[in-house]
Ligand binder design. Structure first.
Ligand SMILES: [Zn+2]
Length: 326
């Protein structure tokens, strides 16, 4: 996943030029001063059960390594579908084949929609986690990457489904194949599932409805601090960071700031405002990332709870912004 700093320059150059200006150009009021800021909307009355999310994380780790195309990832997929159904949602499979450096691989995303009160024309927000783990020649169980965000997204789906339709529609999107097949992250060998879903949005004429894509990744770290990713759309980051501060989560906002390649790039590339909520500082000098040390004992139930609250804290402000007349 994600390039080293050395690889970033290449990646930045490969992004559309329009990307850099996406946030500000689409949002002239993003830098409004506190005196101009409206009163915060009421918080969402959504229950986020961090104990259940932790059990969901344990469940994924128990499936073992879950690389794209594996039987264990299919078992994970079936479990996700069953859990989404139990939450009253209708999971949809999005299977596809792609050529990778090691040959053709069969991938399949899974998503479920929570329709809006306003019906099929309402704005659509994508909430996203990848659920594959990186393939290694040692048993890599990916507790944090990507068990944690998958568990958080599943619990968010349950909570939001229980509250029912809102002014915007939500899509809970579990993407396959975020991880590079090669050892190193080098385009186009990564983000297979999110790139496919982005392409399908156009095929299904859904692209215009999608107003934001929120990716969560690596949110289980005991010492959870969400970073400022420089690729992310500025107004989206500010909206979520501001909401997190108001919700008392300021200590979970990192001072780190860097460009991080993740699934959000697939949606930025088609012009959708996108945000990556990630803690890319996992263990000393990120030494637990993509190693045998990415195990349950490095993660905590409390951090899953913080990640859930972090997302939920930003949604009312996002909903209000998307519902506002243009
Ligand atoms: Zn990874």
């Amino acid at each position: 996943m994600r390039p080293s700093r050395r690889g970033l320059a290449h990646l930045a150059l490969s992004l559309p030029a329009a990307l850099a200006g996406l946030g500000l150009s689409s949002c002239p009021d993003a830098a409004s001063t506190p005196s101009q800021a409206p009163v915060a909307p009421p918080p969402l009355d959504v229950k986020f059960d961090s104990a259940r999310a932790w059990r969901d994380l344990e469940k994924q780790v128990a499936f073992g390594p879950r690389p794209a195309g594996s039987a264990s990832l299919e078992a994970t997929r079936k479990w996700l579908e069953a859990e989404l159904k139990s939450a009253g949602l209708e999971p949809v499979r999005e299977p596809f084949k792609a050529t990778t450096p090691t040959g053709e691989v069969e991938f399949s995303n899974v998503y479920a929609d929570l329709a809006a009160k306003g019906g099929a024309e309402a704005p659509l927000v994508l909430l996203i986690s990848h659920f594959d783990t990186k393939r290694f020649d040692f048993p890599f169980v990916g507790a944090n990457d990507a068990g944690s965000s998958t568990a958080v997204l599943l619990e968010l789906a349950r909570g939001l489904a229980a509250v029912g339709p809102r002014d915007v529609a939500y899509r809970f999107l579990f993407v396959d194949g975020e991880e590079a097949v090669r050892a190193q992250w080098q385009d186009p060998d990564n983000r297979y599932g999110s790139k496919h879903h982005a392409a399908q949005l156009k095929v299904r004429n859904e692209r215009a409805r999608v107003k934001a894509a929120i990716v969560i990744d690596m949110v289980g770290d005991k010492d959870l601090k969400i970073e400022r990713d420089d690729y992310s759309t500025a107004w989206l980051y500010e909206l979520f960071a501001s909401s997190a501060r108001s919700a008392g989560l300021e200590k979970h906002l990192s001072q780190r700031r860097e460009p991080i390649a993740d699934d959000h790039l697939s949606f930025l590339e088609i012009g959708i405002p996108s945000l990556d909520l990630i803690d890319f500082d996992y263990g000393p000098q990120n030494s637990f990332w993509h190693t045998h040390q990415d195990t349950l004992d490095k993660c905590s139930e409390a951090s899953l709870g913080v990640a859930g609250k972090f997302v939920l804290a930003g949604l009312p402000a996002l909903e209000r912004r998307l519902a506002a007349p243009k």
